[in-house]
Design a protein around this ligand. Structure first.
Ligand code: BEZ
Length: 252
């Protein structure tokens, strides 16, 4: 799914995405000097961390808005605009890395993405990644589902949050061997009193595209926030109920 990103707001309010992503990089076993593709690199923050660790990194993303920020922030890294479900590279790489991106790809398109990753990796190359896993943001989506229904709309949750079993089966079918897989809760503090409202506005644009009446979207978000406050607002901060699926696999 390709959406228009507000790159500046993303970079200033959601920097936790790349901060947490640094621990995913630790799973890479290839040494310094290895060629790494950062798939869904966004604003390039993790591409830069990979570069600082000594990898020869290229970033790839579909979003021109985020690539613009990436290129201005890290002018010496090559950033390529491409769709993760349909791409190739002139030279194969040792590692494909991806953080907080693959859940944006529909289940039906996952096989295409995995085939592309397989084809750009050298034999025994690593595919190391994290995405939202089964149950990710269940409370947030549950609250919104109720509010959408009360307003006469159906809520289309736009993400794919697989279980370990489901995703490792996809990987095996696409020609990968899974060496490490873990699903874990990672409640994440959101910045400021408006943290949850900002999060919903930033990441849930597509479900709200059906709401046309002036002011109704804002009213619906306020209703959802009232429902979520008792469980996801603690000691003066909002928390997103993230569940992560983290995997290291190798190309056979
Ligand atoms: C995630 O990283 O899990 C995520 C972020 C935004 C929307 C949906 C999921």
């Amino acid at each position: 799914m390709n959406i228009a990103w507000d790159g500046a707001a993303y970079t200033s309010n959601f920097s936790f995405v790349h901060q947490y992503g640094q621990s995913v990089i630790e799973l890479i076993e290839a040494g310094k000097g290895s060629a790494v593709l950062d798939l869904g690199c966004g604003n390039g923050a993790l591409s830069n961390v990979l570069r600082e660790k000594g990898y020869l990194v290229k970033g790839m993303d579909a979003s021109p808005e985020l690539l613009d920020i990436a290129r201005k922030s890290h002018p010496t890294i090559e950033f390529i605009q491409a769709d993760a479900t349909c791409f190739s590279l002139a030279e194969p790489v040792d590692v494909v890395f991806s953080n907080a991106v693959l859940h944006w790809i529909d289940r039906e398109q996952q096989d295409n993405m995995l085939n592309c990753v397989h084809d750009v990796l050298k034999k025994s190359g690593e595919f190391v990644f994290e995405l939202g896993g089964y149950g990710n943001n269940d409370q947030i989506h549950g609250a919104l589902r109720e509010v959408f229904s009360a307003h006469g709309f159906s809520y289309n949750m736009p993400f794919y949050f697989p279980t370990i079993g489901e995703y490792t089966a996809l990987l095996e079918r696409a020609g990968f061997q899974v060496r490490f897989a873990v699903l874990f809760d990672r409640p994440t503090e959101l910045k400021g009193e408006n943290g949850m409202r900002d999060w919903i506005n930033m990441f849930l644009k597509t479900p709200f595209s059906v709401v046309k009446q002036e002011g109704e979207k804002e009213a619906m978000i306020e209703e959802a926030l009232r429902g979520l406050r008792s469980s996801l607002y603690k000691n003066g901060s909002w928390y997103s109920d993230y569940v992560r699926l983290r995997i290291r696999s190798v190309r056979l």
